[in-house]
Design a protein around this ligand. Sequence first.
Ligand code: F6R
Length: 247
Amino acid sequence: MVKIIVANDYEEMSKKAAAIIAAQVIYKADSILGLATGSSPIGIYDYLTKWYQEGSLDFSQITTVNLDEYRGIEKKNDQSYDYFMHHHFFDRVNVRPEKTFLPNGMAADVEEECARYQKLIDDLGGIDLQLLGIGHNGHIGFNEPGESLEANVHCVSLSEKTIEANKRFFASAEDVPKQAYTMGMRSIMEAKKIVIVANGEGKAEAIAKAFAGKITTKVPASLLQLHPDVTVVVDQAAASLLPSYMQ
Ligand code: F6R
């Protein structure tokens, strides 16, 4: 079942989504949280950090597994998702470093790394709450639109468009990672609860297609309509193309 929450703006979207995650952490102190990077969840991490600093949240028993990581860049590179997570969240709260997991972008063997990360997720016994952003094309994680979707952790080649879009963060286009590891659709769909956030006009079409359109691999997020517990938290701009009864 999909529940849609429309917030006034990014700030309120972040606060409402963070409140759902905070409730999960309070309700189950040893929750497994599936986490996302990107610009959408930054405000959420800020709220969770604030509530931790105020003494309202304790992450000491929490385990985190991230959706994705670029292949071929070091953790210490400020464009790695590992760096992002430390910068925006891990280093600011009391989550235990040995309980935070991301794919290893520098692994020598791709197949082995996919198998290792998949086993890690499966051995944790599944994800209690998965936080997601959504791409303009409806991707979740790096599960890109296509004729079919991968079930398990896999390594994807980034499209020219993505490489072009990411170029601004790197010294040159050659430095942009060409591949990334991502959780597949199975682990995402097996999460007990999913919270997906989006803000801004640019995401309106993706949100409308994903939650008010057909269920299709051409819009990977549309598969979330089949999940029993999904909360979509969007600002008004991102909600603007949803039919009025959903807003
Ligand atoms: C990030 C991820 C991606 C992003 C999506 C939206 O871990 O898995 O699917 O959530 O590309 O990115 P932003 O939030 O930067 O618009």
